[in-house]
Design a protein around this ligand. Structure first.
Ligand SMILES: Cc1ncc(COP(=O)(O)O)c(C=O)c1O
Length: 487
């Protein structure tokens, strides 16, 4: 990698920024901070002019793949284009300068935004109420499962198991375990959907809920959802939907209408907040009427008195599972999602899902025949190919195909997930890609299929055109070295 670390660009005395001299009397630091907490030596910080800092980070960002550079078909992650207006609204001083401890009367706009966003999300998924507190999808799962536990406790029942389908995201069983449930895996059938007989055989009075992703991680709609709903509810269990794939449903159908009791949303996927790199995210949770009393506090309430509207925060919910986050959740992500929903309107929201589905099926049509498709479509917003043929016939693994895509200018799809597909390549084009971009991506995939047959070494030695070549990924996660000379 050619780019030096910022410490190597440092030259003594170079400055990027000079703070203005204070226009108030200054006092020694010791008068503010106890001496034992003060640094004794100067921090070894890089000294670099602003122009070089900007260029350094632009060069680094150019080396990286990102969604503003080209298509990022990372299945299940919905790496779609995030409209820049979202950043503008979330950067408005009226929002960024707020403090969560300000009196309610001074944050009426923020409370209104939260109240309206919760209502919009509730409408989209057909849920009676929504909490915006959880900070990610997995955190939403945790919130939802705590709600499930509280619901059963409130009925004096102690159920110990959660059912999770084998195609589910790994966070589902992890969240269940965190709450203390035993997870029982339900098998997928030959079509890639929930195996109804297996589900039936695992439902008994110890089952608190079934967690289901719809459409599932193969991009397939669970078309037996009505039967699943009846079986689960007849058993006295709840039905949880992992709504990370909501971008395939919006404006077309609603989890609440399918009988789901709880759903989490990923604002940082479906509702266009940038993600990757650790956040911030937001994983609101919607619930049906009977679960509303268990939602986290505080809740934003709207009061209409004598022609004026006022919003307050209420913690007066004796059955609540409690707080899931400091203050109110990741507010800037909420502003982005609110902007996105208001900009699109009901019609636009539906077109998002329609286009996500059309794009996935268009791309699938171009790739079928050259890659195996273990579970046939038509699909919803994503699909899962298998690199089995390339591996068996040419010893080219899915990992090699993913690396070669980087050479051709694309981020790789999600690979080796879901676990029920061997050599999985899970592709989610998203609705924001044009037909021309989909065609370019399809050409790259077809070129790799040709290379695997005619020049397998080319694929196995990829990537060659990237700033770093093939990394030892196991070593990278076991021996993290973030390259700071001062460390
Ligand atoms: C289907 C599904 N469920 C849950 C999650 C967890 O969401 P998060 O990464 O925001 O915790 C993901 C994330 O990739 C997902 O794809």
């Amino acid at each position: 990698m050619k780019e030096p670390v910022i410490f190597d660009l440092s030259r003594k005395g170079r400055r990027g920024h000079r703070p203005a001299s204070p226009d108030v009397p200054s006092k020694p630091l010791e008068e503010y901070i106890p001496a034992e907490f003060l640094r004794r030596e100067h921090a070894d910080l890089p000294e670099v002019p602003e122009s070089e800092v900007v260029r350094h980070f632009i060069r680094l960002s150019n080396m990286n793949h990102h969604v503003d550079k080209d298509m990022y078909p990372l299945g299940s992650c919905t790496m779609k284009y995030n409209p820049k207006i979202n950043d503008e609204t979330s950067g408005l001083t009226g929002f960024t300068a707020l403090h969560p401890l300000q009196p309610e009367s001074t944050v009426q706009g923020a409370l209104r935004l939260m109240h309206e966003l919760a209502a919009q999300l509730g409408e989209i998924a057909g849920m009676a109420a929504v909490t915006l507190q959880p900070a990610a999808g997995a955190h939403g799962e945790l919130t939802g499962i705590l709600t499930i536990r509280k619901y059963h406790e409130s009925r004096g029942s102690r159920r110990t198991k959660l059912l999770v389908v084998d195609s589910a995201h790994g966070t589902n069983p992890a969240s269940a375990a965190l709450v203390g449930y035993d997870t029982v895996t339900v098998k997928s059938n030959a079509e890639g959907r929930t195996d109804i007989d297996d589900l039936r055989s695992k439902l008994d009075e110890s089952v608190a809920a079934l967690m289901l992703t719809n459409p599932n991680t193969l991009g397939l709609f669970e078309k037996d959802i009505a039967t699943i709903e009846r079986l689960v509810h007849d058993n006295g269990s709840l039905l949880y939907m992992d709504g990370a794939n909501m971008n395939a449903l919006m404006g077309i159908t609603r989890p609440g209408d399918m009988g789901f009791d709880i759903v989490h949303y990923n604002l940082h996927k479906t509702f266009s907040a940038p993600h990757g790199g650790g956040g911030p995210g937001s994983g609101p949770v919607g619930v049906c009427e009977k679960l509303v009393p268990f939602l986290p506090v505080p809740v934003v309430e709207r009061h209409d008195d004598n022609g004026t509207t006022r919003y307050t925060l209420s913690a007066d919910r004796p059955s609540s599972i409690g707080r899931m986050m400091n203050f109110h959740g990741n507010f800037s992500v909420m502003v982005r999602a609110y902007t996105y929903i208001c900009m699109l309107g009901a019609e636009g929201i539906r077109r998002v899902s329609e286009n996500a589905i059309i794009n996935a099926n268009y791309l699938l049509g171009k790739l079928t025949g050259r890659y195996d498709l273990p579970y046939p479509g038509p699909v919803m917003h994503e699909f899962c190919l298998s690199g089995d043929r390339q591996k068996k016939q040419h010893n080219v693994k899915t990992l090699d195909i993913a690396k070669r895509l980087l050479d051709l200018g694309f981020h790789a799809p999600t690979i080796y997930f879901p676990l029920i597909v061997s050599e999985a390549l899970m592709i989610e084009p998203t609705e924001t890609e044009t037909r021309e971009t989909l065609d370019r991506f399809a050409s790259a995939m077809l070129q790799i299929a040709d290379e695997a047959e005619q020049d397998p070494e080319m694929v196995k030695n990829a990537p060659q055109n990237t700033p770093v070549k093939r990394l030892d990924e196991a070593q990278a996660s076991r021996k993290l070295n973030i390259s700071c000379p001062a460390c």
